[in-house]
Design a binder for this molecule. Structure first.
Ligand SMILES: C[S@@+](CC[C@H](N)C(=O)[O-])C[C@H]1O[C@@H](n2cnc3c(N)ncnc32)[C@H](O)[C@@H]1O
Length: 326
């Protein structure tokens, strides 16, 4: 089940929406989404109402994606108990909220972002929430702010590295890694371009000595070849308001994302495989696309007559770590 925004965050968003014309928010959300679709970035978000439109339109999906990544890390990393978080390109604070909800050991929260309007809404949303007593949000360019930021046990960049110019991205990754005491999580849109940035980031981090926690069950080069790409998905129910805001017909949205999570120290044995698409099931077999611990990708067919393996594979879902394949 995808993670939903926690009630206190929904309530804070609702509070900010009071007295604001719905039509204005819808218009702004559409303009922002068009900018993103055209390859533009968050600089188009300039006012309080822009930031509110962005938060209402995008936070549910981004929150679900980041929550799924954190769940994947926690499943494989038994010692994962960060006390401090640094959220880079934090925007309205989506990843911070997702981390605060999922990781109870977190006590210190730091965010940084270049965008004043998004920083403003993040602080409005966090105000009065007991979890964020120790919250520091610096405004400025990540490449500048990171050089003076404190290290954190967990560093997250959610849907942010794609907004940094190609020739500055490696420097950004390097700075984020330097500030990581334990785990670094980078999440991008689940598009071929987002996936390619994750692959480059992963390659760079492995060369810097990082250990891959998820999603890859190995540290070898990604076995997928274009036009294939590694991505995962979260299906979220859409409220009536959200449907209206996004001008959408269907009562759900599929958020596709790519990610990599790495750590400073190795975390035990990798799982046997990761499920790379929703397995298909027929009367005779289950077919699952897997990324395997030996660095290969394969389609595994499990015949129904192999009762035990078939029963296990029936439970596999896109994105799952598979502990054993018989
Ligand atoms: C698509 S938003 C994602 C926001 C947030 N992480 C989330 O998941 O909802 C990208 C964010 O990266 C920030 N950003 C882009 N380039 C940046 C830079 N050079 N320095 C700091 N922040 C940057 C933008 O201002 C924006 O808030």
């Amino acid at each position: 089940m995808p993670a939903n925004l926690p009630p206190h965050l929904k309530a804070a968003l609702a509070r900010l929406t009071e007295g604001v014309a719905r039509s204005d928010i819808t218009r702004r959300a559409e303009a922002i989404s068009q900018t993103y679709r055209g390859g533009g970035g968050s600089a188009t978000i300039r006012s309080e109402n822009d930031a509110l439109a962005y938060a209402l339109a995008r936070m549910p999906a981004t929150y679900a994606a980041v929550s799924a990544c954190i769940e994947a890390i926690a499943e494989l990393d038994e010692v994962f108990a960060p006390a401090s978080l640094l959220d880079v390109g934090a925007g309205p604070g989506t990843a911070t909220w997702a981390a605060a909800q999922a990781i109870h050991s977190l006590q210190q929260f730091a965010m940084l972002d270049a965008n004043a309007a998004l920083r403003g809404i993040a602080l409005d949303l966090a105000r009065g929430d007991g979890r964020f007593k120790q919250l520091d949000y610096r405004q400025g360019d990540a490449l500048v702010e990171l050089s003076v930021a404190h290290e954190a046990d967990l560093v997250v960049a959610s849907y942010a590295i794609g907004e940094v110019a190609d020739d500055r991205r490696a420097k950004l990754i390097d700075l984020m890694w330097r500030k990581t005491r334990d785990v670094l999580l980078v999440v991008e849109p689940g598009t071929p371009a987002g996936y390619n940035r994750i692959v480059d980031c992963r390659t760079q981090l492995i060369a810097s000595g990082a250990h891959v926690i998820a999603p890859c069950p190995h540290r070898m080069p990604c076995p997928l070849a274009a036009p294939d790409w590694c991505h995962f998905t979260q299906r979220l129910a859409r409220s009536r308001d959200h449907k209206q805001l996004k001008n959408a017909e269907v009562p759900f949205e599929d958020e596709k994302f790519s990610y990599v999570a790495v750590s400073r120290t190795p975390r035990g044995t990798h799982p046997a495989a990761r499920v790379l698409a929703q397995p298909s099931m027929t009367k005779v077999e289950i077919k699952a696309k897997l990324c395997n611990r030996d660095g290969t990708a394969s389609i595994l067919a499990i015949p129904r007559r192999d009762k035990e393996a078939y029963a296990t594979a029936r439970r596999w879902r896109w994105g799952d770590a598979v502990q054993g394949i018989s």
